[in-house]
Write a protein that binds this ligand. Structure first.
Ligand code: TRP
Length: 447
């Protein structure tokens, strides 16, 4: 629809762009090991409940804020709550969160690029499990190479951001997301057809509630928020690009549904293969970079599947880094009239400098800790446990308590053009349940 000057061209493009932001390393790298270390099936049930009852309403709130205000994360609060300076806080937090997440996220994204090359050139094939672990440790603790890959990743993201919202973000995610799904399905079929695969399926889907404790519940919520990209204004930014005639309820359902589907498919691509070769599913962050290369080594056609898998992971990461960088870029563009090129270069430079510390956390700075955490872990902790819940609390308070209910309804019903049936349930959750639940998360995450 060419009449929409500001944002995306179509609902499909909107959903692909936003799903691209949501689907990322969180789904394919983080979800499987978090589910694995929390006992598999039972974790999945709790995760679903959080996506449905907390993730979706918060997502919808962010989109409502963005689309109503037609502005970047900080500008949106200025438009909607012009009288009270306190509402600058969530805007500022969002910008900081995006930059901090981007700086550690791009380190792992860079590793993935290296693994495409290493798998394609046969560097990993025929290696013993110890050698594969050694490869991972040597690479990640190196002071130079991971930074080069991270740098390349930042450049790729800048390249797409510079082409603009419609021609860069929307066009590119419209192509990449279907490819991602296709590659993932190929990986699932391979994994499910291995002998002994059923044990992995059982692990993923058969709930064992004895493995759950308070921490698993927090992990599930933290994972849901991270995976859906909520609590940091990415969806306020994209929300401001959403078309006025789109039904935000269905848009959000698509995004959350697709994100959850990809997480589950990643589990199906990974666990059956891991079990089929008698490996441990609970291997933490190295599941994808150490356990999986072992799996690929034992599988016929493993080299090809390894390359496919790491390309898939790269695509997932790239569509997410695009939406991370867009947050500060749009802010600077609207606040200081910086061009997209200038803004993307400046913020990427900042991310790169911070990223150096994150990357070196695996090498020469591994003993440099703040509050017992390396810089990488600290950035992860601060964003997931502090900034994202605080941001999300502000968003829910704005929608549930600050803005008049009639305004919220007006935005979600497209000024009366549609009748959102779930509005009352949504409003109740956002007003009473979500802020309290997020507060519990915030407090327990800090203890
Ligand atoms: N959701 C992304 C993932 O699953 C990570 C992420 C968290 C993110 N917050 C974000 C991406 C904000 C883009 C914007 O990998």
């Amino acid at each position: 629809m060419a009449n929409n000057i500001r944002g995306f061209n179509s609902k499909f493009g909107t959903i692909m762009a936003a799903t691209g932001g949501a689907v990322g390393l969180g789904n394919i790298w983080r979800f499987p090991y978090t589910a694995g270390s929390n006992g598999g099936g039972a974790f999945l049930i709790i995760y679903f409940l959080f996506v449905l009852f907390l993730g979706l309403p918060v997502m919808l709130s962010e989109e409502t804020i963005g689309r109503r205000a037609q502005k970047n994360v900080l500008g949106a609060f200025k438009v909607l709550a012009p009288k009270h300076k306190i509402w600058m806080v969530p805007g500022l937090i969002s910008i900081v969160t995006a930059i901090v997440i981007y700086s550690f996220y791009s380190v792992v994204a860079g590793w993935t690029l290296n693994y495409i090359i290493a798998s394609a050139s046969g560097l990993l094939s025929g290696k013993s499990p110890d050698e594969i672990t050694e490869f991972f440790n040597t690479f990640t603790s190196n002071s130079i190479f991971p930074l080069i890959y991270q740098f390349i990743f930042l450049l790729l993201t800048i390249f797409i951001i510079n082409r603009g919202v419609k021609d860069g973000i929307e066009k590119c995610t419209k192509i990449l997301m279907p490819i991602l799904l296709l590659l993932l399905i190929v990986m699932c079929i391979r994994s499910l057809t291995l002998e002994g695969a059923y044990k992995g399926v059982e692990f993923l889907f058969k709930p064992d509630f004895s493995k759950l404790d308070g921490n698993s519940i927090l992990d599930a919520l933290g994972q849901a928020m991270f995976s859906l990209s909520i609590g940091m204004g990415a969806l306020i930014t994209y929300g401001s690009y959403m078309l006025k005639q789109d039904n935000l309820f269905t848009t959000s359902l698509w995004i959350a549904g697709a994100d959850t589907l990809v997480a589950i498919l990643s589990g199906i691509a990974i666990f059956p293969a891991v079990f089929a070769f008698g490996l441990e599913p609970t291997s933490g962050p190295s599941l994808v970079y150490i356990v999986l290369p072992n799996v690929f080594n034992s599988m016929s056609g493993g080299t090809i599947f390894a390359v496919v898998f790491f390309i898939l992971l790269t695509i997932a990461a790239l569509t997410s880094t695009i939406s991370l960088l867009e947050v500060p870029v749009l802010w600077a563009n609207e606040s200081f009239s910086w061009g997209r090129r200038k803004a993307s270069l400046i913020f990427s430079a900042l991310v790169f400098v911070l990223g150096i510390f994150c990357s070196l956390s695996f090498g020469c700075l591994s003993n440099f800790t703040i509050c017992g955490k390396t810089v990488f872990d600290l950035f992860d902790f601060i964003t997931a446990n502090l900034l994202m819940p605080i941001g999300a609390i502000f968003f829910t308070l704005l929608i549930g308590w600050y803005l008049p209910k009639a305004d919220v309804y007006d935005e979600l019903s497209n000024s009366g053009a549609i009748k959102p049936k779930l509005f009352n349930i949504f409003y109740f959750i956002i007003r009473y349940i979500a802020p309290l639940a997020l507060l519990v998360v915030l407090i327990s995450g800090l203890l």
